[in-house]
Design a protein around this ligand. Structure first.
Ligand code: UD1
Length: 343
């Protein structure tokens, strides 16, 4: 396959107004590519589009990935896509428990339809946002890609739908290459701390910056694998062959994490130190359904994508804190202005 590096290609990013999707759009534009973004603002936020919303190579459509004709309409309007980055999804695990059928439709059925359409319309790569939730409950760490399978005990419809969608995407190995990135606990600027189910780092930083005690669910000795959003964006670009010189094009499923476990208690202490707050921590009952440990093996991504996490936890936290201190997220923001739609 011809390499995309060095020439401008046309990319579709679903979930463009989301935390990760917005960073990905920005990077693709910086690399010189044309980007069509789609978001229905179910969980994405209009203000995430502001840093690049008026870029001449960015086009935005407020539409849903469940619309059967979405890809056809967008291809007709902008021309065929070289690469599709599919990040739009129901992202809340608790929501998925309350709405299993909707989660199945949005996170699995719509993904299969989108990858089929992308293949028919001549796209060459399809990169999907998989999740560590695909592993369900596991004892052995670090988690390697084959550790998730049809035997897995998923903890939520979210985990099961992501697993099935990843498998469907990763089986594409023809003219269209499918890659699923199983991302672990992503953090960084633009992550919304306002929901009780927001990522722990965004919540802790929000609490510390506001001078409130940090609330730990359980004993704090549970561990997670925290990966900075810029590293995740790099993995997306490499998966679509935008930035690497891999001999053979990658396809399949890859973990994207730091490869290091961090306990929630150590995380809380570090955030207190970095924000210059006294160590003020409250312990609350353990959250139902919480897994105990989660650490990625990132050997496969290193081998096939030439990717490695570069931003250490302390550096990533400093950047997140700086953003949270300087640019408080706007809660309950209004939909995107008309001028940014469907250009
Ligand atoms: C994360 C994903 C989830 C995915 C799962 C798969 C996020 C936001 N969620 O969940 O989509 O299904 O990985 O493994 O990335 N905690 C506190 N205090 C708080 C908030 C959280 O102690 O205020 C604890 C939680 O109880 C948990 C840990 O921090 O033990 C991490 O929580 P969270 O950031 O919500 O992520 P996961 O539960 O790992």
């Amino acid at each position: 396959m011809e390499k995309s590096e060095g020439r401008s290609i046309r990319c579709l990013v679903t979930g463009a107004a989301g935390f990760v999707g917005s960073h990905l759009c920005e990077r693709l534009l910086t690399l010189g590519h044309a980007v069509v973004g789609v978001d229905n603002f179910f969980s994405g936020r209009p203000e995430n589009l502001e840093p690049f919303g008026t870029h001449p190579r960015f086009f935005f459509h407020e539409r849903s990935i469940t619309e059967p004709l979405l890809l056809r309409d967008l291809s007709a309007a902008h021309g065929p896509f070289d690469a599709v980055f599919h990040l739009a999804a129901i992202v809340s695990v608790p929501y998925s428990l309350d709405h299993p059928e909707e989660t199945h439709q949005v996170n699995y059925v719509a993904t299969v339809h989108l990858v089929n359409e992308a293949e028919k319309l001549g796209a060459r790569s399809f990169v999907f946002a998989g999740s560590a939730a695909e592993y369900g409950t596991q004892e052995r760490m670090p988690l390697r890609e084959p550790d998730a399978g049809s035997w897995t005990l998923w903890l939520s419809p979210y985990g099961e739908a992501k697993y099935r969608a990843s498998a469907a995407v990763a089986s594409r190995r023809g003219a269209l290459r499918g890659v699923s990135l199983r991302c672990f606990n992503i953090y960084g600027p633009r992550q919304d701390p306002s929901s009780p189910y927001s990522g722990v780092i965004s919540r802790f930083v929000d609490m510390a910056v506001a001078g409130r005690p940090l609330t730990i669910f359980g004993d704090g000795l549970q561990t997670r694998d925290f990966v900075f959003v810029d590293d995740v964006v790099e993995a997306y670009c490499r998966a679509a062959l935008l930035e690497n010189d891999a001999e053979s094009p990658p396809c399949g499923i890859y973990n994207v994490g730091s490869g290091r476990p961090t306990s929630i208690l150590d995380l809380a202490r570090l955030i207190c130190r970095l924000t210059g707050r006294p160590e003020s921590i409250t312990f609350c009952p353990e959250r139902p359904g919480d897994i105990r440990h989660s650490t990625a093996s990132v050997e496969a991504a290193q081998r096939d994508l030439g990717w490695a996490p570069r931003v250490g936890l302390e550096v990533g936290l400093k950047r997140t804190i700086q953003w949270m201190q300087g640019e408080k997220p706007i809660r309950g923001a209004k939909p995107v202005p008309m001028s940014m739609e469907s250009r």
